[in-house]
Design a protein around this ligand. Structure first.
Ligand code: HEC
Length: 149
């Protein structure tokens, strides 16, 4: 009798903690990853204009963007824990949480592509060839895992 009551109590307690774990989302983490992603977006703005030949080529700005990708990608990759799925105006799609290995590999690929491009880009010609390969990683991931606006 006593044992049965204890088991019932334990089950009740674990049900409560499981349900609160499911709703308590870590909004700080969502904020942090969005800020790091935003930084990458900002860094991409000028090189994007250079690709479209709207603004003059500037090697230093290109190299700075490539450094930002290398610095931020591994940090962002760590900011997708299971308690940061919803809220905080996240644009991460449900598919992301089912394909976390793929997402992590994509962030690694972005960083390694940025590293390779840092060495390969020395002038406007090499920029035109190499930079799109790097930022193709952004769009590729967004298409699968980020809400369309
Ligand atoms: C492996 C996947 C992946 C890669 C690679 C990636 N992103 Fe994203 N990006 C996301 C996801 C997921 C979100 C939505 C995050 C959220 O709202 O929680 C996002 C959101 C953003 C945002 C919006 C941030 C905000 O203010 O809410 C910007 C800007 C952005 N990404 C820029 C970039 C740029 C630039 C690159 C490439 C240099 C890049 N991303 C590469 C997955 C990726």
């Amino acid at each position: 009798m006593k044992a049965t009551m204890l088991v019932a109590l334990l089950v009740a307690v674990s049900a409560v903690s499981a349900s609160s774990a499911a709703v308590a989302q870590n909004l700080e983490i969502i904020k942090e990853r969005k800020a790091l992603l935003k930084e990458m977006g900002k860094a991409t703005k000028n090189p994007g204009g250079m690709l479209k030949q709207e603004i003059p080529f500037d090697l230093a700005a290109v190299q700075a963007a490539l450094k930002t990708y290398q610095a931020n990608a591994p940090k962002i990759a760590k900011l997708f824990p299971d308690d940061a799925k919803t809220g905080g105006e996240t644009e991460a799609l449900p598919a992301l949480w089912e394909n976390k290995d793929d997402v992590m590999q994509r962030f690694e690929k972005l960083a390694s592509a940025a590293k390779a491009a840092e060495a390969a880009i020395t002038d406007e010609f090499t920029f035109m060839d190499e930079f799109p390969k790097v930022v193709g990683n952004c769009g590729g991931c967004h298409k699968k895992y980020r809400k369309d606006k």
